[in-house]
Each structure stands twice: as C-alpha cells, then as structure tokens.
Design a protein around this ligand. Structure first.
Ligand SMILES: [Zn+2]
Length: 214
C-alpha cells in the first residue's frame, strides 16, 4: 500500500522558553535542526500509514517549545510542547532518551494534523476516543513505547486503552484496519458501525473478544 508523497510540508521549530531548564536542555541536547528532521520523519510514517484516500495536505507545521503547564498539544497547524514536561522526560545528560521520548509523543500530536476527523470531538465520546486512540496507536505502530496494556475500561477510552484495542483488531481481524478506519472517517460522519462495516463484527463484540484475550 505504498503511495507517492504528493505534498511537501515545511516544518519550523522555535524555542520560546530559552531561559527555562527545559529550554536550555532543548538548545544543548536537541536543537532546531534535529527537531525539524525528526518531524519530517514522523510525518513520512504517518502518511504512509494513512495511505488510503482521502488524504490531508499540510503546507506548514510550526513547532514551539513554550513555558506552560501540561505536556504537548496540537492546534490548527501548530504543535506546542511544554519545556517543563520536556525537561522531565530523561535524566540530565541522557539526550538519547530525551529525543526518543519526545519523538514518541510527536507521533501522537502529528497524527492529529493528518488524521481524518469527520465527527464531533467535543460532543461525541466515541468519536473523541477513537481520535485519541488512533493518535496513540501511531506511536505504538512506529515502535515507540506507550504505557503497558491493561485489561478493563472501554473501547472509547482513547489513548493507550483504545490504541491497544485497535492494534489487536489489526493483528487478529483485518490488516490495515486503522488505515481503513481513517479513510472512512474522511468520507462519512463518525458512526460506531464503522467497526462492523470494516471487520464484519460490531464494536461491542470485538471489545468483549479483546477483553477475553487477556
Ligand atoms: Zn491527542
């Protein structure tokens, strides 16, 4: 399912917190050039994973290291990363772990820029769970560590719980499941029956089977 990379994206990165401990670490151990290159690499993985049309085009993504409480978030064509959060990702001087952890979270944030999202994020907990689950699944699929798999919860919890469920469907039911799901999310408003339409089994039954697999 290869496809030609039709669209180029320009990435910019800026340290807006140079006087904080995290900002100083960014300058000393990471740097703008590495960050821009890393973001291109992450984008390549994401658009290869989302190879089925419709595809999204992004001309520009601006990345900012800033001084705020929290970890990282995406907004329009911007990615914001907390300097304090970055500083806590690895022991002082362990720049390889620092870069690895940062890159892992960028799969989640960048997925939000390329994933299809016809649905009501604020009002539909199922849609919101899938949006966040796919973003964390991308991190898992790329080989970066996410929190361990645990039994229980709901398929629409989002993040780790949903990510492992999606991965289980893809490995046991149908290949390229997440790609197929993302395609549908660009053609039609979110519907829980997307699971049934793609796999032949409804989502509650899939979740029960998945829970029984632990
Ligand atoms: Zn997210």
């Amino acid at each position: 399912m290869e496809r030609v990379m039709a669209f180029d994206t320009t990435f910019t990165a800026e340290n807006r917190a140079p006087n904080t401990p995290g900002g100083q670490r960014f300058d000393n151990e990471i740097g703008v050039a590495w960050t821009v290159n890393m973001l291109q690499e992450v984008k390549s993985f994401i658009i290869q994973t989302f190879s089925l049309s419709p595809e999204k085009e992004r001309d520009l993504i601006s990345w900012y290291l800033e001084d705020f409480d929290g970890a990282a978030y995406s907004s329009n064509n911007e990615i914001h990363v907390s300097a304090g959060w970055l500083n806590g990702l690895a022991q002082p001087g362990d720049s390889s772990t620092l870069k690895f952890e940062l890159q892992g979270v960028m799969y989640h944030e960048m997925t939000h820029n390329w994933q299809n999202n016809l649905g009501d994020y604020g009002g539909d907990q199922y849609f919101r769970g899938i949006i966040e689950g796919i973003a964390t699944w991308m991190e898992l699929a790329a080989g970066f560590g996410i929190d361990p798999k645990v039994k229980g919860g709901n398929w629409y919890d989002g993040y780790t719980n949903t990510a492992y469920f999606l991965d289980w469907i893809q490995s046991t039911k149908i290949d390229s499941f997440v790609n197929r799901l993302n395609q549908r999310m660009g053609l039609l408003q979110w519907n829980n029956d997307f699971f049934l339409q793609i796999t032949g089994t409804d989502v509650d039954t899939l979740w029960s089977e998945y829970q029984a697999s632990f």
